[in-house]
Design a protein around this ligand. Sequence first.
Ligand SMILES: [Zn+2]
Length: 188
Amino acid sequence: MEKIRSFVDRYGFFILLLTCVAVIAGSGLWAVWQGARDAQDVQTGSTANIEAAEANATRLQRPVPGAVLRGFSEAAYSDTLGLYSAHQAIDLLADAGEAVYAAHPGTVSDIFRDIQLGAVVVISHEHGLETRYAALRWPPIVKKGEAVLAGQPIGTIGVALLETGDPPHLHFSVLDGGKAINPIVYME
Ligand SMILES: [Zn+2]
């Protein structure tokens, strides 16, 4: 007992000091851990914001203002062809010679003439998205490799030989990572 008392007398100050240091260090660590957790919450929130912004950024403008003549389908009956076939695009009514506008900013990645689809302009966008504008007049207004803004005229309505039984229209398709998707999903 006497030994303990003399120990406390001698080292009491140090014991108190060590206790204080331990408490301060402990609360410091807790604060750091809490701070890290808050930072993580903020980061998770901002990731969600970025994703929402990307979803908004990939909203597509209508390339022509006309109504939908034929919707997107994996396999539908075609009066023109007289058989079931997929229509992985939408047809938007437009007058012959009417301007067609880029649905989203991007780069003209291809321009070609197709025996069935007429003149086609392909625009590549961010996030692996691609828009294709078919049944245009040859040659289109834009050139391959050209950067385009949303709403910029890229060509005018011509004829899609595949769909000559229909009134003049734009055959518009959207590809996400190379897979055709329903353009309506992305449109305003
Ligand atoms: Zn079509």
